[in-house]
Ligand binder design. Structure first.
Ligand SMILES: CC(C)(COP(=O)(O)OP(=O)(O)OC[C@H]1O[C@@H](n2cnc3c(N)ncnc32)[C@H](O)[C@@H]1OP(=O)(O)O)[C@@H](O)C(=O)NCCC(=O)NCCS
Length: 274
């Protein structure tokens, strides 16, 4: 049954966001109106997200209401995206030590905002509305400093920590449960055309500033050190680091992206080549 504001049960993350908003409304009166307008007046998580993203991405000629309607249409057409949004929020909650609950990332983490703008742009791209998709990508890039090509394929449960400086190219594939820290590039080498971007398998953790270039596979559960330049495929469950990157060990965890263990192995267990 819906509560007084029309909120329906059965969505634990949305329930948690609303509960946090109610409590913050008491603790932080200066934000009361903002919390009411953005969260507490909305019935569903998707409604709040449309409102919130539209306010951030609108321009003088593409009004918030237009964007809100565009986002609402996507949520209505694709329940898969609804599941991905929730998995992304859960990923932040579980893996980012800077997050406090679900409300803070929902309102303020631009890696999350950019990812959801990408999900909408990707949907329109696949409908053949490429200019509209490019418009959303361009606004998200301006606002969040995260540039994700709408044609890239990105799974669910993705953490884009901090957001700033992320670039993800057109033919990139990112499977589920991957974590990217800031300033990661998943780009081309500039020497290939067509399918030219990395394929990042499940559970991979990519450290801040790493550049992963070319149509190379980053195997499941691999870990890439901060600042690395990765030019060759990385086998599953290996840690690579350096410029150019070399294997420096095996990952101890099944999914480094989930554990967010950013330590390197104590001893080098592999040869120097990837
Ligand atoms: C430098 C670059 C153009 C490749 O040039 P190239 O002359 O064809 O080089 P190769 O790929 O044959 O590599 C030659 C050597 O340089 C190394 N190398 C290549 N690119 C490197 C880089 N960026 N940093 C450090 N070493 C690099 C290679 O590992 C290789 O070393 P090795 O001979 O010991 O194995 C390319 O790697 C690059 O950096 N392009 C820019 C891509 C970019 O910025 N993409 C972002 C798109 S969003």
């Amino acid at each position: 049954m819906a509560d007084a504001s029309g909120h329906l049960p059965g969505d634990p993350i949305w329930t948690a966001i609303r509960a946090e908003a109610w409590s913050e409304e008491e603790r932080e009166p200066l934000l009361r109106k903002y919390l009411k307008e953005t969260i507490l007046k909305s019935k569903r998580l998707e409604d709040a997200l449309s409102l919130h993203l539209a306010a951030k991405l609108a321009t003088e000629s593409v009004y918030p209401m237009i964007l809100q309607a565009l986002f609402d249409h996507v949520w209505k057409e694709s329940s898969e995206i609804g599941r991905a949004i929730r998995a992304d929020l859960q990923a932040i909650r579980d893996r980012d030590p800077a997050s406090r609950g679900f409300l803070m990332p929902f309102l303020y983490f631009k890696g999350f905002h950019a990812l959801q703008a990408y999900r909408v742009a990707h949907w329109y791209w696949n409908q053949g509305r490429q200019l509209l998709a490019a418009h959303i990508q361009s606004r998200a890039s301006e606002m969040f400093a995260v540039d994700i090509h709408p044609a890239a394929q990105i799974g669910a449960g993705i953490l884009i920590d901090h957001g700033t400086g992320i670039v993800i190219g057109e033919t990139t594939v990112i499977e589920d449960n991957v974590s990217l820290l800031h300033e990661v590039t998943l780009g081309g080498t500039g020497k290939e055309l067509g399918d030219r971007h990395p394929k990042v398998r499940q559970g991979v953790l990519i450290g801040a500033g790493a550049k992963v270039l070319g149509n190379i596979e980053i195997g499941a559960g691999a870990k890439i050190g901060a600042g690395s330049v990765v030019l060759d495929a990385v086998p599953a469950h290996r840690t690579v680091a350096g410029v150019p990157a070399r294997v420096v060990g095996r990952t101890e965890e099944e999914s480094p992206a989930l554990d967010m263990n950013q330590q390197f192995p104590h001893t080098q267990t592999e040869g120097s080549g990837i």
